[in-house]
Design a protein around this ligand. Structure first.
Ligand code: TXA
Ligand code: MG
Length: 326
């Protein structure tokens, strides 16, 4: 029996209520969702991903009104943030309420919460009427899926075709994971860059955003992550240099760069995004394409670091650390 792919929200809700797993679309990337109050469902999420148990998962909610069912003592600035930006590509890490399982939080006193902006998944959340634990629907450390086909290619061998299902909501609009903000005290901490920028957070809260690295476990922040099988070599937008010489060090190199970056004739291009938004949207499928085509090195030129460009550069640098040239 092969894994079922559906667009039927009712079917997805039935699976979730019986503690099965649903890979579902969000505006950022596809998530692997299960009932956040079911020990069995959460356990299976970790098993399917091959993810260490100490790494917490985000709980997805139908609206900002559900915040207080999962969190205690949410700072006022974080409340303003979610009221303005949810549904949207923002996760807040807030003090958890007592009923939230240790399996969800990795035993930490905080929980990650988010309301995703995808119509199908919002409908699932409203009908399910609870929280859905959902990490990105990829194996641990690998590239996040941005289409239903990516999920099937990545997780079919690990999901239970008699029980689990993939909800197909088309390609993801943003393409990189949500911005994560630590919101457990008076200081907003940026834990993972995404489409919501520090400038937006500053404007809404009136507070300076600290880029934190204070021992909080954010596996998306471990050095080697979001990695394809191909080696990734990253160049800044102002240090493109001699692409042909660099490419010559590999058997089959390909370039990923904005359309405005000149690439020598004869050198393969994986994609030519017009701007940082398009770069984010196609980043992960381009990395998958590179693996499928037997490319051994992706030479990626980062877009300028404004808007979602900072998140694209962050993911590329982490992918690159899996196969550092030095
Ligand atoms: O865009 C997204 O956020 C996607 C979609 C599916 O919503 N989800 C996602 O989940 O990227 P995941 O598990 O792949 O990445 C979530 C990150 C992890 O690095 C996790 O460690 C961190 O959020 N996180 C979750 N709860 C946390 C907590 N209580 N404290 C610190 N970090 C936390
Ligand atoms: Mg992930």
């Amino acid at each position: 029996m092969s894994l079922r792919t559906t667009t039927d929200v009712d079917q997805a809700v039935v699976v979730l209520r019986s503690e099965g797993l649903v890979a579902l679309p969000t505006e950022t990337v596809y998530g692997l969702a299960g009932d956040a109050s079911s020990a069995e469902a959460v356990h299976r999420i970790f098993a399917v991903k091959g993810r260490p148990a100490s790494h917490p998962v985000i709980v997805h909610l139908p609206s900002a009104q559900a915040l207080d069912a999962w969190a205690d003592d949410v700072p006022g600035w974080a409340r303003s943030l979610v009221e303005q930006l949810w549904p949207g590509p923002l996760t807040v890490i807030v003090p958890r309420s007592a009923h939230v399982m240790d399996a969800v939080t990795g035993g930490q006193p905080t929980v990650g919460l988010r309301v995703p902006a995808h119509p199908l998944t919002l409908e699932v959340l409203e009908r399910f009427d609870g929280g859905l634990a959902a990490p990105s629907a990829n194996r641990y450390g690998r590239v996040s899926p941005t289409s239903a086909a990516h999920v099937v290619a990545e997780l079919e061998p690990f999901l239970d075709a008699g029980r689990d299902v993939v909800l197909d909501g088309g390609p993801c609009r943003v393409g990189v994971e949500s911005t994560i903000v630590g919101a457990w005290d008076a200081v907003p901490r940026l834990l993972r860059p995404g489409a919501i920028t520090t400038g937006q957070i500053r404007d809404i809260t009136g507070l300076d955003v600290v880029t934190a690295d204070d021992g909080v476990r954010t596996p998306g922040s471990t050095p080697s992550h979001y990695a394809p099988r191909a080696r990734v070599v990253v160049l800044g937008p102002d240090s493109v240099g001699d692409l042909a010489t660099l490419a010559g060090r590999f058997d089959q190199a390909a370039v990923l760069a904005l359309a405005e970056v000149d690439v020598p004739a004869g050198l393969r291009r994986l994609a030519e995004p017009a701007d940082a938004d398009e770069y984010a949207r196609l980043l992960y499928s381009a990395l998958r394409d590179a693996d499928d085509a037997g490319i051994d090195a992706v030479i990626a030129v980062t877009p300028p670091a404004h808007g979602v460009g900072a998140a694209v550069a962050d993911r590329l640098r982490r992918a690159a650390r899996a196969g550092d040239l030095s």
